[in-house]
Design a protein around this ligand. Structure first.
Ligand SMILES: [Fe+2]
Length: 252
């Protein structure tokens, strides 16, 4: 699996505080079937992480992983807050792309309903990056405007859902949103958004299976991420029908 959204660099954001914490996460990634992760530290007004810090941190972590014999590859990326992204130039935004591909992981405000999301995303897109929306199921704007994600996807965005959101870690409202988006074909990537080895921990395969989405794991956790990193067209989603028991669950 390829995990496109993961806070694994030590000491840069709300991920692990030190290298030991990063190595513990790396071991957990490998144990759960992930071989490549993109380090996506927060880039926001609260965490003014620079592209140079990320590049340096990724090189140091890869060296430590080789030394420890942990078979995980780490590439550079970032999770750029929408409110920060609109103030960055095209060149600055390019420095935060996922790997060497054209995609930028963009985080809409989580707790504040921001009516201007669509326009702001358009501004970011106009600066030459393709937008992968981080966990829309957790963002208030997407809850208050149920069609927002469909409009953004129609406008060229793609969406990442967090694996344990599908299994209820963030509560039933977030879980229902995540499942509704996947069932509607509006989600393209599943990631861990992991911050540590034990609480907000790595893992995709088990969570997808538990949530009833095993037939989509390979596409959302491997094929689409690989295509995004390579800058090639995303392959079509395999046929998938939501399980009957989950359709009943939604009607309750
Ligand atoms: Fe994140």
């Amino acid at each position: 699996m390829i995990d496109l959204h993961c806070h694994i660099l030590p000491g840069v954001d709300d991920g692990p505080a030190d290298l030991e914490g990063s190595l513990a996460m790396a071991r957990e990634h490998v144990a759960r079937g992930t071989r490549t992760v993109i380090a996506t530290p927060h880039v926001s007004w609260d965490y003014p992480t620079t592209a140079d810090e990320i590049t340096t941190g990724v090189a140091a972590l890869n060296a430590a992983l080789r030394e420890e014999g942990i078979e995980l590859e780490v590439l550079a990326g970032a999770e750029v807050a929408l409110t920060r992204a609109v103030d960055l130039t095209a060149k600055q935004l390019a420095g935060f792309r996922l790997g060497d591909g054209p995609w930028l992981l963009l985080e809409a405000p989580i707790s504040v309903d921001s009516p201007g999301v669509e326009g702001l995303v358009g501004i970011v897109q106009s600066r030459g990056v393709r937008v992968l929306l981080a966990h829309p199921e957790r963002c208030a704007s997407f809850h208050t405007d149920p069609d927002l994600l469909a409009r953004l996807v129609a406008g060229g965005c793609r969406a990442q859902v967090t694996a344990n959101a599908l299994t209820g870690f963030f509560g039933r409202t977030v879980q229902a949103s995540a499942r509704r988006y996947v069932d509607a074909g509006l989600v393209h990537v599943v990631s861990s958004d992991s911050h540590d080895a034990t609480h907000r921990s790595p893992g995709l395969i088990h969570e997808m299976e538990e949530a009833g989405y095993a037939p989509l794991t390979e596409w959302m956790g491997e094929q689409v991420p690989r295509s995004m990193l390579a800058g090639i067209p995303i392959p079509p989603r395999p046929p998938f029908q939501p399980a009957p028991e989950r359709r009943r669950w939604f009607r309750r």
